[in-house]
Design a protein. Sequence first.
Length: 383
Amino acid sequence: MRILHLIERLGPGGKERQVVELLKGLAIHRDIRSFVAVMDKDEVCLEIDREHAQVIQLHRRGKKDLRLFKRLYDLVADLRIDVIHSWGSMCSIYAAPIAKMCGTAFVNGFVRDAPSHMRLWNEGYVRGKLTIPFSDVVVANSRAGLAAYGIPARKGLCIYNGFSPGRISNLKDKTQLRSILGIVTPYVVGMVANFTPRKDYETFVQMACRVCRLRDDVTFLAIGSGETLRRIRDSIPPAHSERILLLGRRNDVESIANLFTVGVLTTNSHLHGEGISNAIIECMVLGKPVVATNDGGTSELVLEGQTGFLVPSHDVSALTDRVLKLIDNAELADRFGAAGRRRVETAFSLDAMCDAYLSLYRKVADKRARATWQGATTSDMVD
């Protein structure tokens, strides 16, 4: 079976890392041949082992390059692709008609978030809605995402992100890393997220400032880069700047997260709803309790009062209270952390994710083949 993954870029994002891990899991199956078609050339690229997949650069010229339809059609026809899996709404726009023309099964993976306030004029929403009828299956990484986009039950399938244990197999020494980062406090509260309007770093910094005024034994770390980084940095009072550290983009995210006493993820729910956050999964697999905004699919990952706390969007007081509760109660923090690790190992394992996708690919490819040979059409590839 030949599978083509269509993705806009191979940058350092969670979706891109998931694709790379999935390709590794599929590579052990000798009857699977994977290809990755990348629409844009990105400065920072994740490396894909040649044994796992062949990477093909499509070189999209502009956001709406009509010539890409022809290049993609030729690619699918020449490689005799059985399944096209799109990893974004624009990818789905290109993939949907090509899959139809080539008689190829189409797995539509445009649902990666779960907005609580869906805007009908949102480009991603419109693109997704246009491509749903051409999809054999619309796959999301959260049930909340399927509900947010109104995916019909007969079309929708939820497959949770999977975490690779190899990512925490070679962590840096904690003492040495603390020294390098200049951390002298016993407690560390951290957040891993890009600095974009969709992430609520304003609330994170406000919470950090409140805690800094109350006590001097906590350091706050933010790992990520993006358009709002400078503004957020400028908002930190000089009196607290030595204990609220914005580290920018890092290649040792897991090692830094291993320093956390508490992991935090605050989301701007007016603009974004999380699907399943890889940053939260990383904290949980490291045994860290989590405090996160209660939106989107986060409640499917963080169980309130069991693996962490869920707080209302933009609620600085609630966030501060829950973070301090975990700092002051080591037994509770340890219990949440242990439960979080078990949850990732059972419900969000890499093996579970790969098995689910493999089963999906086999099912849609088989049904598409049977429908083609019999001259029939099939309305439901999920059953």
